[in-house]
Design a protein around this ligand. Structure first.
Ligand SMILES: NC(=O)c1ccc[n+]([C@@H]2O[C@H](COP(=O)([O-])OP(=O)(O)OC[C@H]3O[C@@H](n4cnc5c(N)ncnc54)[C@H](OP(=O)(O)O)[C@@H]3O)[C@@H](O)[C@H]2O)c1
Length: 231
């Protein structure tokens, strides 16, 4: 039995990002979507993972907009003005590892904690964008220590929360989703324009996967193609 009922209401966290904005655009044109709300660092209310208190405050400010049947969190970083992904162990730095953990793992985990009260208890999906390079089993190339380990931590946090939700929120599915390589700000320094596909294509693929999610899929790591990825 598919979880996402129609019509549904959606919340996109990180709607200023390339993939986040593509989700908003697609959902605004989707006749099954009754309404879509987007939040990001500059929105009102705002959400900023460098200020963890903003996560709870943002969720509380949106209480009257819910319940949502779908929440997609697209926030994540690979590089900043200060950091590029590590090529070798000698590049590893505590500050970089901590910042990527804060934005890619701790922020999204607290988002699951505080935003889960906005989910429809009768049937809802909360998806967080992870990355296949966060798969421990699939790690063949090495490198990118901070990004890989922050996404692996995110995956564990999602899996653990999904086990708890199976008891406490049995009609809610929590999933980690891999969007594939997408032409975006995040992928730009890594030939994203050449090897990445358009964000609207990635968002459309992911929405198809989401539409087919069943309760048994909660706690899984899914690719944009629907394939189950190894943790
Ligand atoms: N692009 C790819 O090829 C690819 C591949 C695998 C996985 N992913 C994952 O997909 C997700 C979306 O990536 P994208 O390609 O759309 O990247 P993007 O265009 O760079 O968007 C990143 C989003 O994260 C937000 N963000 C960054 N730091 C933040 C902070 N401290 N607090 C709150 N928000 C913050 C950005 O907000 P601002 O607009 O305020 O900067 C923006 O909304 C990420 O989780 C990424 O890891 C992407």
């Amino acid at each position: 039995m598919k979880i996402l009922s129609t019509p549904f209401r959606a919340l996109i966290i990180g709607s200023s990002g390339t993939i986040g904005a593509a989700f908003v655009e697609l959902l605004q044109d989707n006749p099954n979507c009754l309404g879509v709300v987007g939040v990001h660092r500059q929105s009102t209310p705002a959400i900023n993972y460098l200020d963890p208190q903003s996560i709870e405050a943002c969720a509380n400010a949106l209480l009257n907009e819910g319940p949502f049947q779908l929440i997609i969190n697209t926030i994540g970083i690979l590089h900043t003005d200060q950091w590029m992904p590590e090529k070798r162990l000698d590049d590893l730095q505590a500050e970089q590892l901590m910042e990527l953990m804060q934005i890619n793992a701790i922020g999204p985990a607290l988002t699951i904690r505080y935003f889960s009260k906005l989910l429809d208890p009768d049937g809802s999906i909360m998806a967080s964008l992870s990355a296949k390079v966060g798969s421990i089993e699939d790690n063949r190339l090495g490198g990118w220590y901070s990004y890989r380990s922050s996404k692996a931590a995110l995956n564990m946090l999602i899996k653990t929360a999904a086990i708890e939700f199976a008891r406490t929120k049995p009609n809610t599915a929590l999933v980690a989703l891999h969007p594939g390589t997408v032409n975006s700000r995040l992928s730009k320094p890594f030939r994203g324009q050449q090897i990445g596909r358009p964000a609207l294509d990635a968002a459309a693929d992911i929405l198809r996967v989401i539409e087919n999610i069943e309760p048994k899929d909660s706690g899984s790591f899914l690719s944009y193609s629907g394939e189950k990825l190894p943790w």
